[in-house]
Ligand binder design. Structure first.
Ligand code: PHE
Length: 444
């Protein structure tokens, strides 16, 4: 039962900015750039945009439709439309929220730390070498705890006063900073090599399935799909909202920020001749090369570096909020807890679950793979099958607030056939690879 006092967004802009805030995050800047570097630049970008439009967009709309239709958090929403059997999928969503936020908080902690360093002391000669000291151990854990405490505080504040207000305040700032940095990057000597790398496709990579797999994982991660974050946010919407339009805005903003972030990162790296380090890419690539770049730029580097990390922190925060909200909303709806209690208890549990990731970047990388390759892609597959085949009349639900949109039949068709077939294909490769990574971790 939906409680009578369920909160709603106070404005359309509030919802859109919160949803864009969920989408835009470390995925757009940290993950997108390192995957693009690893997968031959533009080859990856092309696949990523394609998958986002053909697979991501329909799944996003499906999440919004289920969430708004049910006006409940994932477990109950799936039960509402699918009966008790589908509760399990909601449970998997909540588990994914736990898992992702546990390591996301650790990386977010790095960004806070880097931002503080660049502000207070600047990066010195050995900027690159500091990654090891910052990324693991008590240092990493401490900043993870700090970041999680802020996230918990905001989510405890409620949908309107906590989540929506934060997004309204911070998201416009993020856009301005990233756009400003992209403009600044054009002035760097040697930037053109970066653009060339980023914008011209390495055709030999274009035909490799693993690029497609990484692009699919990235599309889901970046749009916050496959674990109920968008579903939960949509559960605070009214029936007059035009969901197809909102989906397009969210996708457009997310792709735009990822693309802009690439226009910042690649010129910086190439202008300073640091590309060799990036090609040997790992989760730490950006955190190793960029501080080095900022250090070599001298005084300007401190300003630019601070702006860059500030944008990362903002993006991470608004995304972490949405991850925690999935768990918190589920605890409120399912266990009858107060919002404050739910935020504090689940947030603390997630923080502790991040401990192994805070002590080893190898563990962090594997957890990231598990979350993406198994949870998000698998969750997206299950959700598209659910909405495409099991939910009664999803089109009617989608049409509420969006009369006159002619392509709902296409949406349904994509969810029924194209999206599941594509995701099964990707999972076919992604599952063994993840299994391999897990075994590798235990073998080492
Ligand atoms: N979309 C976020 C990012 O790009 C991460 C995220 C994934 C948030 C899944 C919520 C759910 O950083």
């Amino acid at each position: 039962m939906a409680s009578a006092a369920r909160e709603q967004w106070s404005s359309r802009t509030g919802f859109v900015l919160a949803a864009v805030g969920s989408a835009v995050g470390l995925g757009n800047m940290w993950r997108f750039s390192y995957l693009a570097a690893e997968n031959g630049g533009a080859a990856f970008v092309i696949f990523y945009v394609g998958v986002t439009l053909v697979v991501g967009l329909p799944v996003l709309l499906a999440e919004l439709v289920v969430g708004r239709g049910a006006q409940q958090s994932p477990i109950r929403a799936l039960q509402h439309f699918g009966g008790p059997r589908w509760k399990l999928l909601g449970g998997v969503f909540v588990a994914a929220g736990f898992l992702i936020l546990s390591y996301y908080g650790v990386i977010a902690g790095w960004t806070v730390r880097y931002g503080l360093i660049v502000l207070t002391e600047g990066f010195g000669a050995h900027a690159a070498d500091r990654f090891g000291e910052i990324a693991t151990g008590w240092d990493a854990f401490g900043f993870h705890v700090l970041f999680m405490a802020v996230t918990i505080g905001i989510v405890a504040g409620g949908v309107k006063r906590g989540i929506e207000r934060t997004a309204m305040l911070l998201m416009p700032a993020l856009f301005v900073i990233v756009a400003g940095l992209a403009v600044y990057a054009t002035t760097l000597h040697g930037a053109s090599a970066g653009y060339a790398y980023y914008l011209s496709a390495d055709v030999s990579k274009l035909l490799h399935w693993s690029v497609l797999k990484d692009a699919a994982g990235q599309a889901f991660f970046s749009l916050s799909l496959g674990m109920g974050a968008m579903l939960t946010f949509a559960s605070y919407l009214g029936r007059d909202q035009h969901l197809p339009n909102e989906s397009l805005i969210i996708v457009g903003a997310d792709v735009a920020i990822a693309f802009l972030a690439g226009l910042v990162v690649f010129p910086l790296i190439f202008a300073l001749g640091l590309e060799a380090r990036v090609e040997a890419s790992t989760v730490g690539a950006l955190f190793i090369t960029l501080p080095q770049a900022f250090a070599e730029m001298g005084g300007v580097g401190r300003v630019v570096g601070f702006a860059f990390f500030a944008a990362l922190v903002v993006g991470a925060l608004t995304s972490a909020i949405s991850l925690l909200e999935v768990v918190v909303a589920s605890a409120i709806d399912g266990l009858g807890w107060s919002r404050r209690r739910a935020a504090l208890v689940s947030g603390t549990a997630i923080t502790l679950l991040g401990t192994p990731s805070a002590w080893s970047t190898d563990v962090l990388g594997v957890v990231d793979q598990i979350a993406n390759n198994l949870f998000l892609l698998g969750g997206g597959l299950a959700l598209s099958v659910f909405v495409g085949w099991f939910m009664r009349d999803p089109v009617a639900e989608a049409r509420a607030g969006a009369h006159g949109v002619p392509w709902f039949f296409l949406w349904r068709w994509l969810l029924r056939f194209a999206v599941p077939i594509f995701l099964i294909f990707v999972l076919w490769f992604a599952v063994p690879e993840t299994w391999h990574a897990i075994r590798g971790l235990f073998a080492s």
